[in-house]
Design a binder for this molecule. Structure first.
Ligand SMILES: Cc1ncc(COP(=O)(O)O)c(C=O)c1O
Length: 386
């Protein structure tokens, strides 16, 4: 039996309703959204709008029209950062960001001269609101933070940061790649102006889906221009939502699959999902701590993290461990640098990287047992070679 423990990269399996709805749409409908007056196209349109509504409900956002679809959170973050920031703008960010934020900021720093301040974090991935506050300058335009680190799992105090940003009149952009679908997110009470999410992780949808919730009236310059299915004689991108930020034929099948996943999440209940993943985390941490030579990183406390556990085994490369687990035990985990180099610097693994377990809703204790047995087998084999 294959055991999948790489859910922080992408969740697997998906609830069956996801491929079923996609199959049904492709086989029985196939119409494009926003471009046809025939029944099937309008049906497709309705299903896309339903997904916007479900996302708005999940994030407590008032207006589904300002839920903009993209292909992934990387695109959503680029859309927000490139579409808003101007030369000389100051941006506050964390030392835990994924390259989806960091490379975009560095490129804007090099190309148009934005100024970046990085808020420090502890080796556990914790940041302090005092440090965020002291990083703010008169020219600070935007704060961008991830909600949960993909290297350490640590949850950031986004509600407190949002309140601070709102008080100072600064835009607040959250990268919810690791949290959407597992932690409650409320753009209103947490004062989130822009929420970037991806469909294929804990939202349990297909790859190629993501979006940006625009909970403010800032002017965002579109990343791309093109057909929107309406006002075709107008020579620029329309200024109304969602068309302002959506051009070209949409990923209708993917969005319908995401819609099915959101229905599944609502039925299961976010609290139950979080409870199950927390219990699996506790079970895994407890078992992993007993493995000789293990180096565990991050808070090692399920209440402070999403389902991510980074670790190394003394004297062994993460790739060697992951390869052994896959080839000998059919256990799949991630190894290396997880696209967030500054988080690796915090824990001293910038050269070596780490192994990473990503726990998902469909994992069971038996999967953790298989991982732990695999690690014991790895150690035994290595010891026998000495
Ligand atoms: C915190 C964080 N941000 C951004 C991304 C990028 O996600 P995607 O590849 O779906 O754009 C990831 C993916 O691992 C992530 O964990």
């Amino acid at each position: 039996m294959d055991i999948y423990l790489d859910n922080a990269a992408t969740t697997f399996p998906k609830p069956l309703c996801v491929p079923e709805k996609i199959y049904d749409y492709i086989v029985n409908n196939g119409g494009t959204s926003g471009r046809g007056a025939y029944e099937k196209a309008m049906l497709a349109d309705g299903l896309v709008y339903q997904t916007r509504k479900s996302l708005a409900k999940l994030f407590n956002h008032k207006d589904p029209k300002t839920v903009v679809f993209t292909s992934c959170v990387t695109e959503s973050l680029n859309l927000a950062l490139q579409g808003i920031l101007k030369p000389g703008d100051h941006v506050v960010t964390s030392a835990l960001e994924h390259n989806a934020v960091w490379r975009c900021l560095k490129t804007l720093e090099r190309d148009i001269g934005i100024i970046i301040t990085v808020v420090p974090a502890t080796a556990q991935g914790e940041t302090s609101i005092t440090d965020v506050a002291s990083s703010i300058k008169p020219e600070t335009r935007l704060i961008v933070f991830n909600h949960a680190s993909n290297v350490l799992g640590t949850i950031q105090p986004i509600g407190a940061i949002g309140e601070l940003a709102r008080e100072k009149g600064i835009l607040f952009l959250v990268d919810a790649a690791q949290s959407a679908g597992v932690l409650p997110i409320d753009v209103q009470t947490q004062c989130i102006d822009l929420l970037a999410f991806t469909g294929h992780k804990s939202l349990l949808g297909p790859m190629g889906t993501g979006g940006l919730v625009v909970n403010c009236d800032v002017d965002i310059h579109p990343l791309i221009s093109g057909g929107t299915g309406g006002d075709s004689a107008y020579e620029y991108q329309p200024d109304y939502y969602p068309n302002h930020l959506e051009a070209g034929t949409m990923n209708v099948s993917g969005i319908i699959g995401l819609g099915a996943a959101l229905e599944f999440l609502e039925t299961e209940g976010l609290e139950n999902i979080r409870r199950k993943e927390d219990a699996l985390m506790d079970y895994a941490l407890n078992a992993l701590k007993k493995i000789p030579g293990i180096e565990l990183y991050g808070p090692q406390d399920s209440s402070k993290t999403v389902g991510v556990i980074p670790f190394n085994l003394k004297g062994h490369a993460p790739e060697e461990i992951a390869y052994f687990l896959d080839q000998n035990c059919h256990v799949m985990i991630r190894s290396g640098l997880h696209c967030a180099p500054s988080a690796h610097r915090l824990i001293g693994t910038i050269k070596r990287g780490t192994c990473r377990i990503g726990i998902g809703y469909f994992n069971e204790n038996g999967h953790i047992d298989a991982l732990v047995n695999g690690l014991h087998a790895f150690i035994k084999e290595k010891n026998s070679c000495i």
